[in-house]
Design a protein around this ligand. Sequence first.
Ligand code: G4P
Length: 539
Amino acid sequence: MTQQVQQPVRNQDGSIAREASRRRTFAVISHPDAGKSTLTEALALHARVIGTAGATNGKENRKETVSDWMQMEKDRGISISSTALQFAYRDTVINLLDTPGHADFSEDTYRVLSAVDCAVMLVDAAKGLETQTMKLFEVCRQRNLPIITVINKWDRPGLDTLALMDEITERTGLTPVPLTWAVGIAGDFRGVWDLQKNEFVRFTKVNAGASLATAERLSPADALEQEGQAWTDAVDEASLVAETGPFEDMDGFLAGKTTPLLFSSAVQNAGVKHILDTLVDLAPPAGPREDVDGTPRPVDAPFSGFVFKVQAGMNKAHRDHVAFIRVCSGIFERGMVVTHASTGKSFATKYAQQLFGREREVIDEAWPGDVVGLVNASALRVGDSLYTEQAVQYPPIPLFSPEHFQVARSKDPSKFKQFRRGIVQLEHEGIIQVLRSDLRGDQAPVLAAVGPMQFEVVQDRMDHDFSAPMRLEQLSFSLARLTTPEALTALKIVRGVEVLTRSDGELIALFTDVWALRRIERDYPEVELTPIGTSSSLG
Ligand code: G4P
């Protein structure tokens, strides 16, 4: 695919605060199949980053989207990895961080959500709020992320507009504030009533999303004349829940009480420009970020950032290892020497890149809100902070509680060294948690995952990147708790429990089921058993 990355233009005075105020860094959250990849394509297309959006006639046949790259993703037609797309739009620089759609990779999604300032919640018009959307919404709420809601696939038969409004209000507690209102029922999408400008925006269908949808603006009187009943119905319905005029509840939006709402058909590129404009006009710019003690670091403080994702094997030819950094303050300049907060060591950032789907290019500077891929920074792990001059430690990104456990063994004893190196590497990337015990030995570590597909990724990477084929054997545990050395004696003698050590030194007790856990809580009340990570597992 030919694509030209439109470089953001540096502003005249070049001040950090001004650059930060131009950044909009966001992620799209949705249940798989709601149209996230299609919307990503369409947004990029609208910003005129790419010439032709992927034709979307069947996932297996469609052209690679800019956000899909791994073989497994292509085979299965799902997005596993996250990538960052950057493009200029109006006077802003948009950073769109892609999140994996599948629930098994929700830990990865959670990490991405720690690096954004806003989320677009994409809802399938026919399905309403689905499980994964709700779980992701919960994470956004925990992180106080403002949410823009988009009802997608309006070109297909779907639910009633007012029923969708009710569902959003009831299930999320957010008050939807429509900025546009669909004209024509789901399945007969004629355009939207732009409530802010009180105009009808009529869409003309385009061929399977291959180019920009044309939109023409009409006055309400012309809309009534040309669309008749469809227009009247839209006005009647919208008047029950929406008002015309500019969006005024910025405080409610930023506080997570209201959600601006739009309608779209990503596949037809209809309503997509409105989404971009809403991001520019309403989404918060990159702002001060709180450190681990809750002290905000201003955007114009010396450079700082944190690693929200580590990924290797993106480029088979180079076998590289990329740490994705969200810049929080200051200017990142390629080649600068930064301090790694957790080790106090310094290292040079010679190989800094901007990742754009499969395309990558050297990046010379980046500003708060931007994402930098540091190539071959193998010392960096998810959650690590980096800085220059004034030290800073950003809050760690919590691990999720694993629910699936398998023992890994090298298939070929002569490749044990590669096997061990591969497991350590994949753990560093945050693809899997690794638990060990003297009893099981180094030959048979226990891999712990939030979702079973993580094991497939490990197996694939061990085969292809480390030439260390392995065997996996399922364990019957389904629950994990943090415990203490004092508890070991008690737990050792109980059936259905095993205690292992995670690489960070924490002791993890595994239980076959909730009954095994309850029994121990009852019989050994002195034993400390603490839930792991976030309280709301997405898995
Ligand atoms: P995801 O990343 O959220 O998983 O979704 P993705 O964009 O891959 O879209 C899932 C399917 O929904 C795709 O169809 C895509 O073409 C379709 N789609 C996305 N947006 C729209 C829309 O606005 N309207 C309509 N009608 N379809 C949309 P597919 O995988 O090719 O399967 P199929 O539905 O064509 O059989």
